[in-house]
Design a binder for this molecule. Structure first.
Ligand code: PEP
Ligand code: MN
Length: 386
């Protein structure tokens, strides 16, 4: 939609991005490039004093159809870019404009899909890449009595995944901190019965192993840990999909760089989650950062999801805030549900408790999302990379 090669306004949502130096590039290789050919290119780059690292990403079904992409760092000059772009094995050379190479929409020119196998191995949940909206619904904090029933209710109402916290980051040290390992066990036992993959927040590097033991399908990094770089590295190393929540006081630039710690571990299964920020708004729990859905979908190739419950913090607003996120083209939504909110251990006030209501909300989200995703395709406006 943006004509004449002018940079769209949304490519520079922040001051930091505007003043970012063009000090790197991405190299896309043609399909069928051999490792010898890439090594020759690497030798050339190194002789210029540049650093090169493989960009994690799509592996074809065989080595022959693998699309290799390299990140190049350092003082990249126009002459370097020109010379590399003339090489036979190089499809495209892309200068970097402030977005970490691993997340940039420009690295492959299309949005990336993160897939999670369904329990039992039959089929998958596919997030991003133009796939239909993915709804992750579940309890805020796993409890003993109502988690299974809440997650079954979510499934019947149309959810694709369940969310549930076994470790809860609480503002007060005296508040309930989650059932911890017992919570993970309950969550994952429920998964067997419900049949949907689960996402759960990991708070501490010491617990990552436990999440692997229970085979939690997706690790959530909460807003309070958005710049806990050691945790991001450990979560990245698992290779599991990581749902990264934007820090509620972090700029988008800071958030993208922090999220890149996950991808730097060779993990291409990063999902970027917005959940509202600390702002001047007083109507809701957090100030919505819905416009970032639009900004980011033109900048990064990551699936973008929105946590409507933690953004709104009010049950009555969850449906409508979700509508706005769908209208913005979001790939997935997180929503708190609980069959008995007055018994919920955390955040019962924002949980949807009635199956029919949840079904109707999800149906509206899906219709809006379908309409908007079809329009995006029609206009091809997200082809910012080309
Ligand atoms: C949550 O998802 O339960 C949660 C605590 O979210 P956030 O980190 O966004 O506050
Ligand atoms: Mn909560």
């Amino acid at each position: 939609m943006h004509a004449g090669g002018a940079r769209p306004v949304w490519a520079t949502p922040e001051k930091e991005l505007r003043k970012a130096k063009k000090d790197g590039m991405i190299i896309q290789y043609v399909v069928g490039t051999t490792s010898e050919q890439r090594e020759e290119v690497h030798a050339k780059l190194k002789s210029w004093g540049l650093r090169v690292a493989e960009n994690p990403g799509d592996v074809g079904t065989s080595p022959q159809d693998r699309i290799y992409v390299d990140n190049v760092f350092g003082n990249v000059k126009d002459a370097h870019r020109r010379e590399v772009s003339t090489l036979e094995c190089v499809k495209k050379v892309i200068p970097i404009e402030g977005v970490p190479q691993n997340l940039s929409l420009k690295r492959r020119g299309r949005h990336h899909t993160v897939s999670l196998p369904l329990p039992g191995g039959k089929g998958s949940v596919d997030i991003g890449g133009g796939n239909p909206l993915v709804v992750m619904a579940g309890v805020c904090a796993v409890d003993r009595e109502h988690t299974l029933a809440s997650h079954q209710m979510a499934r019947r109402a149309g959810a694709d995944m369940n969310r549930g916290g076994a470790y809860k980051p609480r503002t007060s040290p005296y508040d309930f901190q989650g059932l911890k390992e017992e919570g993970l066990k309950i969550l994952c036992d429920a998964r067997r019965e419900v049949g949907l993959p689960v996402v759960s927040e990991v708070l501490d590097v010491r617990d990552v192993e436990l999440f692997m033991k229970y085979d939690v399908d997706m690790l959530q990094i909460g807003t309070r840990n958005a710049q806990n770089f050691e945790l991001l590295i450990e979560a990245g190393r698992t290779g599991k999909p990581v749902l990264y929540k934007r820090g509620f006081s972090n700029s988008i630039d800071e958030s993208l760089k922090a999220a890149n710690y996950v991808m730097e571990q060779g993990n291409d299964n990063l999902i970027f989650c917005l959940r509202g920020v600390k702002g001047i708004g007083h109507s809701f729990r957090n100030q919505g950062d819905l416009d970032e859905i639009v900004a980011l979908s033109h900048l990064i190739d990551r699936p973008i999801v929105y946590d409507v419950s933690h953004s709104a913090g009010k049950k009555a607003a969850v449906g409508e805030i979700g509508n706005m996120a769908c209208a913005g083209g979001v790939d997935g939504l997180l929503v708190d549900v609980h069959v008995s909110p007055s018994d919920a251990l955390v955040d019962g006030f924002q949980a949807i408790d009635k199956e029919d209501e949840l079904r109707e909300i999800i149906q509206t989200w899906r219709s809006l999302s379908q309409l908007v995703k079809a329009k995006v395709k029609e206009y091809g406006r997200r082809q910012a990379a080309n």
